[in-house]
Design a protein around this ligand. Sequence first.
Ligand code: WTA
Length: 630
Amino acid sequence: MHRIKSLSDYFKKYEQSKKDPDKFWSEIANNFIWKEKWDKVLDWDFESADTKWFKNAKLNITENIFERNLKDRGDKTAIIWEPNDPAQSPIYITYRQLYEETCKFSNALKEKGINKGDRVIIYMPMVPEAAIAMLACARVGAVHSVVFAGFSSTSLADRINDCQAKIVLTSDGNFRGNKIIPVKPVVDEALEKCSTIESVIVLERTKQNINMIEGRDYWWHDCVNDISSQCDSEILDAEDMLFILYTSGSTGKPKGVVHSSAGYMVYSSYSFLNVFQYDEGDIYWCTADVGWITGHSYIVYGPLLCGATSIMFEGVPTFPNVSRFWDIVDKYKVNQFYTAPTAIRALQAHGLEPLKDNSLESLKVIGSVGEPINEEAWHWYHDNIGKGNCPLVDTWWQTETGGIMISALAGITPNKPAHASLPLPGIQPVIVDSAGKELTGNNVQGNLCIKFPWPSILRTTYGDHKRCINTYFSNFKGMYFTGDGVKRDHDGYLRILGRVDDVINVSGHRMGTAEVENAINEHEEVIESAVVGYPHDIKGEGIYAYVIVNSKTSDDKIKIEITNVVRRVIGPIAKPDKIQIVSGLPKTRSGKIMRRILRKVASNDFDNLGDTSTLLNPEIVNEIIKGSSN
Ligand code: WTA
């Protein structure tokens, strides 16, 4: 199809994509089924954040997953589902079965009054029905918004209200390791704050006792019982919304990143095939959760568009023991394995013992995503999992980019530890200094921007286009700003340095410091708080909260209460790792918190605090250092 086969081919395609992007992308797009072809490949204006790809083309992404693949791959396994408990049987779903299940659920959605353009919240564990739900939405032209099932009821309610969703798809509960996590009760609590939801469809997974509300809540199995397994797809415009996915930024509440049908389809498939060099018959496994963009693009859409076999894993890497990932690799003879550095570091901490009974010889490609991979973890992963002979693709991208932007192509472009390396053909990254000047040549470092559109660039932030312009297109004129710092080394390879804004990356999860502060501030005795990231051996970054309280309660007790407030408001993933109660925060004369100082203290870097004399309250710095929780 559209696969790059050698280093010289890579350079050739890269040049072509720059010289004639229309030709480059239309050749790739020609591999898909279109109801009507486009009359223009690309229209764009970064100033107004307005990008249109494959203008006026008509399609449905699920026809490109099913109708396009069924003839040759009807009996091929599309999804292998590995349950949380290894004693339970896995499920193999062929393309034909997945098609039929998707059609059935599409009909169920229609019966519940879901039409083109309606927003559907998916709040589900890692079960095949989560993928079926996404595909069914796409089939009927509804817009899915998957919410990670670890988010709190407040976070769920915020997302439902922001996109004015009509229906929630969920489960009774969720198995994670040796825990059973309630899911439906969280939905019930969220819905007390939502007025747009008309119905809830509940998958039976854990068989816990739950409350079903007559006329609102329906069991999944009842909805698909006795329903047709045929459903014509809704024909969509290229630019019709495919999904919304909420992600954290440096200010305010999470934004609903909007992706459109055609561009996302073309790019998720193109990037999957090229980065992983997927061959027919390979078994591919991405360990992400469908609640994140990685799960969207590289468990569901990218692999299924390419007719691949994609593993979906319900559980966690440490259950029943820390060999679980490697046991799954051997069990299914996984060829491409894609995970996050935080998982690698956590497993690395257990040494080589958990690997002693695993062969891992099926692996051809290993991948990393979500945060910078430090050199030590890179080498451990490369040497012990890849056995020194699998290319390690360090893939840099974002919810907003829809697909992998900078990465080695497995076995084709060179591997360099801790370097995402080179952009995919079609992607034009630039490094700019704080004044917006492009830094060319090697050995330069600055802000990572992209100066030309690619098909799966976000189209808007749902319901607030101005916010999209302000966040991504106004820091540096005429460019998309990623929020990341980057270095181009002496060989010309790119190394991502991490966020340059107030976003922290905790175990590969994006978190706005302001969001965590807002949650902490909900505790009635908290006067003010400031949250920063600090280096954490396993998580990459940990959450360090400085809090001023007005209370006689003991520090230990109030710290526990603050932690609980954050769990309740956002979810356990946002829990501070360290909380320091302080009597003040270092502020500039204009009243702004000097986070630079707080970051240094949190990182134990007391000698490089810089100039503190301009502070309104320089004396507070010593108090903070003395009381620091390190
Ligand atoms: C970070 C995840 C270094 C980066 C796909 C980015 C990375 C944010 C890498 C997006 C990588 C992702 N190396 N940093 N290979 N991949 N990041 O939206 O800071 O959850 O801006 O998308 O993760 O996180 P998001």
